[in-house]
Design a binder for this molecule. Structure first.
Ligand code: ATP
Ligand code: MG
Length: 247
């Protein structure tokens, strides 16, 4: 994956997300003059670095993510990703439009069950652990009823230090009763993640203004302990013979 620097076509911006960070749908112009629909985020440079580094390394690891772009806004850089054209899982099941109560709970549980059942969910669990993504909520998984695309990595790679240290897909798999299979599948995926990817990603970004200091080392060090990190995200079975887990 290469990282192209594009510009926003003036007047093409409309709101795209749930409004917290102000993601915008817009048209971007690529260096060769072609135009594409994209989702634009005007976020701090550290978050831009997290987004683009994650997009490149996750693609290298085989997780489906949108193509990333850097947006040149003169004095500022912004981040954009190719518009996938379908909604996130929360929107797909209209979770937010339901009143608080039993039906909403049931739909939420169904959304979580769908998320954990996606074919690339175990790979996403392993990848999120490797990049320290603490923000894998249902709004950050695009789903058209069949295919999934994983988005929003602004709070990975150390940028989510203010958030609880959770791997949310692991929590979701516990919530929906899929923890055991998720743990084994995610462990298998973790073994397959290329250990060369952090250095390779840094080299892709070397010719861009994106600051990558320390990111490859950050990921490499998490990769060395990935198996143990994943095990610790799931409940441990009670040891019935010794009762070590008993008070
Ligand atoms: N590449 C994309 N293709 C299609 N939709 C996208 C894409 N990227 C983001 N979106 C949509 O925009 C929403 C917001 O994007 P994102 O999750 O990256 O930012 P955010 O910081 O959570 O923004 P907000 O606070 O505005 O929701 C997503 O939930 C999704 O619905
Ligand atoms: Mg989001």
């Amino acid at each position: 994956m290469k990282l192209e620097v594009a510009s926003v076509v003036k007047g093409s911006e409309t709101p795209a997300g749930d409004g917290v960070s102000g993601a915008l749908r817009c048209i971007i112009r690529l260096p060769d003059g072609t135009k594409r629909s994209a989702i634009l985020k005007r976020i701090p440079i550290e978050h831009i670095a997290a987004e683009v580094f994650s997009a490149i390394i996750l693609q290298e690891w085989g997780l489906p993510v949108p193509c990333p772009f850097l947006i040149d806004e003169g004095a500022m850089l912004a981040f954009a990703s190719a518009d996938i054209g379908y909604p996130n899982l929360k929107q797909s099941l209209a979770v937010d439009s339901l009143p608080v109560g039993a039906i909403r709970e049931a739909v939420l549980k169904e959304a979580v069950r769908v998320a954990c059942g996606l074919s690339t969910a175990p790979l996403a669990v392993a990848c999120d652990e490797a990049i320290d993504n603490r923000d894998r909520n249902l709004g950050n998984i695009l789903w058209d009823g069949t295919n999934e695309i994983w988005i929003d990595h602004a709070l990975s790679l150390g940028q989510g230090a203010h958030l609880p240290d959770r791997n949310k897909m692991c929590d979701m798999s516990v919530f929906s009763g899929q923890a055991e299979s998720m743990q084994y599948s995610a462990m298998a995926q973790a073994l397959l993640l290329s250990r060369d990817a952090p250095t390779l990603t840094t080299s892709v970004l070397a010719s861009t203004p994106v600051p990558t200091d320390g990111i490859a080392q950050f990921v490499a060090s998490r990769l060395t302990s990935l198996g143990n990190r994943l095990v610790a995200r799931f409940p441990r079975p009670v040891d019935l013979l010794t009762g070590h887990d008993q008070p």
